[in-house]
Design a protein around this ligand. Structure first.
Ligand code: AMO
Length: 431
């Protein structure tokens, strides 16, 4: 009873009445054992779900020795069950322990005994034995594949740009630096410059990758390492990109909630996020709305956390904020014609949470150089980038979508750490 049985195993979720009377082998971890004296009921879980086993006679004493969460291989006959939660049950005739779990375990993966998030993250691999939690990562995987499918359908190709970079690309102080063969190098904070350059030869690119920010933020929405879905497209402007983002978000949600019901059904509070369209408001309108709520901000002020919380009350779901002041946006964002104080830019928000930020890019090399100077950056540090703008750079636009933040919304999680396997923040560097 070993590898052949494991190879022929039946997965928990596929067990059904057609199997009644047949012999089967199953593997999984022992989640529960209810010992009633003459009969025992075991719950065994595998990656697809759980099944009930019934044990009597000698099998009972064998199961009394097994620590919960140990990995076991069982063989038996599938039979009818009276249990409400199962279609059938397995009358276990043979059992082999493949790996023993210690007792007590540091956390209770069944979730019956609650643990603080920090403790759970310290034991993340075990935490994933909780089906509700592992499901978040199944959904995450599905959403990634849906995003890829959507972007391919819009003629984007997936690219990979370097994460070890030689100059502080976008400016700003939030870069991690380190020694790289006696030179100073940085971890990329975004693929901004590369993705813009790639529109020159590839027109439409996207990248899904981790980026690194050395911001000392202690919030439920910031990590030092996060996944961003970056797009960049030649010949499109920021309104076209907003249209693409809107379609991407709506089609991903619809696809997830319609075709991936199995994973979603385990969420107690399915987020009410299915929408047909995403409203668009301007930065100025937000200032006016906020003034009505007693939050006085001047044109040019960034929307502070308290301001965003208040805006989230007016717009609790997805909404775009467009036409940001030029001075609030990075050097590569284009200004509006005849209104240079406004930029061709947008953010996609979900309530208070910023999900996407994007815009039309400056593609005139001379103006780009001036923008760098205006922002106090040294054009010499950008010479590799600036030279590409002299090779026939198409007008282009793009955006970056915070994938972990999108996952917070899709799984109704209030802390970004819940949707990231091994989060990195100012305090956490392990496991
Ligand atoms: P920005 O800096 O706004 O734009 O980042 C894009 C999106 O990434 C997410 N994000 C984060 N998520 C978790 N933790 C963080 N520390 C963090 N920082 C940002 C947010 C944000 O909206 N180059 C531009 C994009 C572009 O114009 O194409 C950029 O990086 O959801």
């Amino acid at each position: 009873m070993q590898q052949d049985d494991i190879r022929d195993r039946i997965f928990a979720s596929t067990l059904n009445k057609d199997h009644i009377g047949k012999n089967a082998s199953l593997v999984g971890w022992l989640e529960d054992f209810r010992d009633m004296g003459k009969i025992g009921f075991v719950t065994i879980r595998d990656m697809t779900g759980n099944f009930q086993g019934v044990v009597v006679g000698e099998m009972l004493s064998e199961f009394r020795e097994v620590q919960r969460q140990s990995i076991i291989l069982v063989k038996g006959t599938i039979q009818e069950t009276r249990a409400e939660n199962f279609k059938v049950e397995v009358k276990i005739e043979k059992m082999k322990i493949l790996s023993t779990a210690v007792n007590p375990l540091p956390i209770d993966p069944t979730g019956r005994v609650k643990s603080l998030m920090d403790k759970r993250l310290d034991c993340r691999a075990l935490d994933l034995r909780n089906f509700r939690i592992s499901n978040i990562f199944r959904i995450r995987s599905s959403v990634l594949s849906l995003i890829r499918k959507f972007l391919y359908s819009k003629m984007f190709i997936e690219v990979n740009t370097p994460k070890i970079i030689g100059s502080a690309t976008e400016g700003g102080a939030d870069l991690f630096d380190f020694e790289y063969f006696s030179k100073k190098a940085y971890l990329a904070q975004s693929p901004q410059l590369y993705k813009e350059q790639l529109t020159l030869g590839l027109e439409r690119v996207f990248e899904i990758s981790p980026y690194f920010r050395a911001e000392p933020s202690h919030t439920v929405r910031h990590l030092s390492e996060f996944i961003s879905v970056d797009l960049e497209a030649a010949f499109l402007d920021y309104v076209d990109i907003m249209d693409i983002v809107q379609e991407l978000v709506i089609s991903t949600i619809n696809d997830l909630f319609v075709n991936h019901n199995e994973e979603i059904k385990h969420f107690e509070n399915k987020p009410a996020i299915m929408v047909d369209t995403i409203p668009r408001t301007t930065y100025q309108k937000c200032l006016d709305d906020l003034r009505g709520l007693g939050e006085k901000l001047e044109f040019g002020d960034d929307l502070s956390d308290p301001a965003l919380k208040k805006l989230g009350e007016i717009y609790p779901k997805f909404y775009f904020i467009t036409d940001w002041p030029t001075k609030l946006k990075p050097f590569y964002i284009l200004e509006q014609e005849n209104k240079c104080e406004l930029s061709k830019s947008f953010d996609l928000q979900y309530g208070y949470l910023e999900i996407v930020s994007g815009g039309t890019r400056e593609h005139d090399p001379e103006k780009l150089e001036n923008k760098l100077l205006e922002k106090g950056l040294n054009p010499k540090s950008f010479s590799d980038h600036l030279k590409t703008f002299e090779w026939g750079m198409p007008p282009h636009s793009g955006c970056g979508l915070g994938f972990d933040r999108l996952m917070m919304i899709l799984t109704n999680s209030s802390n970004i750490r819940e949707v990231v396997l091994y989060p990195r923040d100012t305090d956490r560097l392990t496991p």
